[in-house]
Design a protein around this ligand. Structure first.
Ligand code: FAD
Length: 512
């Protein structure tokens, strides 16, 4: 493009490509901006990864920013509400006598103006107190009663409880595509066959199999695991984190509801198995199920048996998709005139659904750091540093789910081995024996999860923070007790008053 303007070429039309296109078009006011063009080039033949059913509450802000209507989104992306994740069997392998479960809600713990309830819960009798999530939020009860997090007439993307969605990934990409096109993004189909470099190592041109050449000021690599630009052409090294997070394969399938009125859960059910875990997500028309595992600990046939056992009589082996993935990320995610967003930048297994969160973080940062003139690679180092730190912080959070397990299979024993736990997490765990996680444990600009997310996992997994020697530092026992009781009463009322999740979905998906 001429000196007075900028051009962006996004390669790849999965969720990363279309979300980047729509977001950048909106953030950089493409329609009214004579100095900017955004083009998305995607292969008509190479498919998208097509998973990505769980999301995180940040998606509400993204959809709102893109002026997408919540009802339209629910209707067109087959979306349902997600209020958190129910973890089953992560602490112990299930036995007829014992099945351990805990909830990680999106809602932060209740607190009064000057009192955190966390120490008061920690000081209660372990045998008789409710679970942490039940004690400090009402979301446990609401989701447990199969109620939605809001009423249909509440403002879009808002409600009394924090929430995200479960979505059909392919439909979401279609919706984002429509939005991007309406915001002025040009769409071209073609498969990149060659990427030529300038003498300084920046991309000079991408060329398709049909011989068409494309040039741009900034290239956005959204080519998924193929990582055509940042990986293959620019050779930005990939940092594997497999020594910490072991899973590297998934078998996925869809299972229909037996009855159209079957209640839909508003949480992801994450059930641990001998060498990984299985997700179970209630979409509007079917459940999405995936068995995630480590190929060093379970072979494909064994994983198929785990999935078959989980699904039961409705299992259809012919419809199972196998996906392999490398866990890790590129430390340099912006190199010269190319920035990677989505799976081309990295991936850290599906636990806690961080794929889309990382895309949102990256594209938000590109929009903000985008050099409107001057060298296009000016933000490269800053961007790469912040994204690497964000990936690292997620690695730490995901590992927390595994390293507190008491399961006795090889996969779980290896997960607990100190040599596989990042030093920073070991250090925090040591501190959290004497005080609960707090905001100063984290550098907020690079965190996707807050200190209370850590509290839910820690205390859900039975971790002990021993405050007993400092009991007198927490004198507001009566006030805290009152608040605990109010939370229980609110929870009972909300579980009665909020609409059922299925009713909420059907009411909200009616076209206006
Ligand atoms: P893709 O979907 O792979 O898209 C790549 C695009 O690039 C396609 O359009 C393709 O045609 C194009 N392309 C590739 N090569 C070329 C070429 N040479 N020329 C032109 N075009 C090309 N995320 C979540 O947020 N929640 C979840 O619950 C979740 N679960 C997951 C489960 C699994 C097992 C996996 C593997 C991932 C999961 N993710 C999840 C991550 C999520 O799927 C991705 O972050 C998201 O789909 C974005 O993918 P993408 O757009 O980067 O890549």
């Amino acid at each position: 493009m001429s000196e007075s303007g900028r051009s962006i070429l996004i390669v790849g039309g999965g969720t990363a490509g279309w979300l980047s296109a729509a977001y950048l078009a909106k953030a950089l006011a493409l329609r009214d901006n004579a100095h900017l063009t955004i083009t998305l080039l995607e292969s008509p033949d190479i498919g998208t990864i097509g998973v990505g059913e769980g999301t995180f509450p940040t998606i509400r802000e993204t959809l709102r920013f893109l002026d997408i209507d919540e009802g339209q989104f629910i209707r067109e992306a087959s979306a349902t509400f997600k209020q958190g994740i129910l973890f089953s069997d992560w602490l112990h392998a299930p036995s007829p006598a014992k099945r351990h479960r805990y909830f990680h809600p999106f809602e932060a713990p209740f607190y009064s103006e000057d009192t955190s309830l966390v120490p008061y819960w920690l000081l209660q009798d372990e045998q008789s107190r409710p679970s942490f999530a039940e004690a400090v939020t009402i979301q446990n009860k609401v989701a447990g009663a199969k109620r939605g997090p809001k009423r249909p007439d509440e403002p879009a993307f808002d409600g009394p409880l924090n929430y995200a969605y479960h979505v059909d990934a392919a439909s979401l990409a279609r919706l984002l595509r429509e939005r991007a096109l309406s915001l002025g993004v040009r769409h071209i189909t073609g498969e990149v066959a060659d990427v030529s470099l300038r003498p300084d190592g920046a991309i000079a041109e991408v060329r398709t199999t049909a011989g068409a050449g494309f040039t741009a000021d900034l290239y956005v690599d959204c080519t998924g695991f193929r990582s055509e630009l940042i990986g293959k052409a620019l050779e930005s090294p990939f940092r594997s984190v497999r020594d910490t997070l072991f899973t590297n394969r998934a078998l996925t399938c869809r299972v229909g509801y037996e009855d159209p009125d079957t209640p839909i859960e508003s949480y992801t059910l994450a059930t641990a198995h001998a060498a990984g875990w299985t997700w179970d997500i209630g979409l509007a028309g079917a459940r999405g199920i995936g068995c995630v595992y480590s190929s060093d600990h379970l072979d494909d046939d064994q994983a198929l048996a785990v999935l078959r056992d989980y699904v039961g009589p409705q299992f259809n082996e012919g419809a199972v998709k196998t996906i392999g993935f490398d866990v890790g990320y590129r430390e340099q995610q912006w190199v010269k005139n190319c920035v990677a967003i989505g799976l081309s930048a990295g991936f850290l297994e599906p636990l806690e659904a961080t794929g889309l969160v990382l895309i949102e973080a990256a594209v938000g940062m590109v929009a903000e750091l985008f050099p409107h003139h001057g060298p296009v690679d000016a933000p490269a180092r800053r961007f790469s540093k912040l994204m690497s730190a964000r990936f690292d912080s997620i690695v730490k959070f995901l590992k927390l789910h595994y390293c507190l397990s008491q399961r006795d299979e090889a996969f779980w024993r290896d997960n607990v081995a100190a040599s596989t736990v990042p030093d920073e997490l070991k250090d925090l765990l040591e501190q959290w024996r004497y005080r609960p996680p707090g905001r100063f444990d984290f550098i907020l600009d690079v965190e996707s999860f807050a200190f209370f997310n850590y509290q839910y996992i820690l205390y859900g997994m039975g971790f002990r923070t021993d405050l007993s020697a400092g009991r007198s530092d927490f004198p507001k026992v009566a006030a805290a007790q009152k608040l605990f009781e109010r939370i229980q009463a609110f929870g009972d009322k909300a579980a009665r008053d909020l609409p059922s999740h299925r009713t909420l979905i059907s009411q909200m998906s009616v076209a206006a």
